[in-house]
Design a protein around this ligand. Structure first.
Ligand code: S3P
Length: 175
């Protein structure tokens, strides 16, 4: 059923993929990543899309994938860090299910993002520029239905917090 997905948003390095995968397993749901959908549609890796066609093209592909998400129901969906950060995008995500922001300290997020995988949005950017990017994005993430603080927590603990927040919501309490 559309509208009953769990959608993870947050900055690069927040753990959306690893936590999303575990969350899906715990809930017995399918796991979907918007970045994987983009790669599957386009046929190139994300760093290649950025390198050959630039960020604007990547954002267009994200918009197309966002439309395709309307067909999803009952899934756990991890979004790319920049996907919700355009006007109107959070409203679309919230219409698709419960949006969970995996929040954290900027320094932790950046360190984790640099350790794990290629991140074209970080390449060649100074710490100040990354902080500015984070600050510009935070207001969008704040529109999530649920916020889970991840700093200092392991994947298991983050997933446990998400699960309990989802349970509280399903009992009618807004968290
Ligand atoms: C991006 C985040 C990446 C990926 C792309 C752009 C961003 O996903 O979508 O490299 O703009 O923050 P993760 O958040 O999974 O790193």
């Amino acid at each position: 059923m559309p509208g009953d997905n769990v959608i993870l948003v947050g900055f690069m390095g927040a753990g959306k993929s690893v936590c999303g995968r575990m969350l899906a397993r715990r809930l017995g749901r399918c796991f979907v990543e918007t970045d994987d959908l983009i790669v599957a549609r386009d046929g190139r890796t994300i760093p290649r899309i950025f390198a050959e066609d630039g960020e604007a093209r990547f954002r267009t592909l994200e918009a197309e994938v966002l439309e395709a998400l309307r067909l999803k129901g009952g899934d756990v969906i991890a979004t790319g860090g920049g996907l919700p950060c355009r006007d109107g995008r959070m409203a679309v995500l919230r219409s698709l299910g419960t949006v969970v922001w995996l929040a954290g300290e900027m320094r932790d997020l950046e360190a984790r993002a640099r350790r794990t995988g290629a991140r074209p949005m970080l390449d060649g950017r100074s710490r100040e520029e990354i902080e500015a990017l984070y600050r510009a994005r935070e207001p969008y993430y704040r529109e999530a239905d649920v916020t889970v603080e991840t700093s200092g927590l392991g994947v298991d603990q983050v997933v446990a917090r998400v699960l309990s927040a989802l349970t509280e919501r399903s009992h009618g309490a807004r968290v």
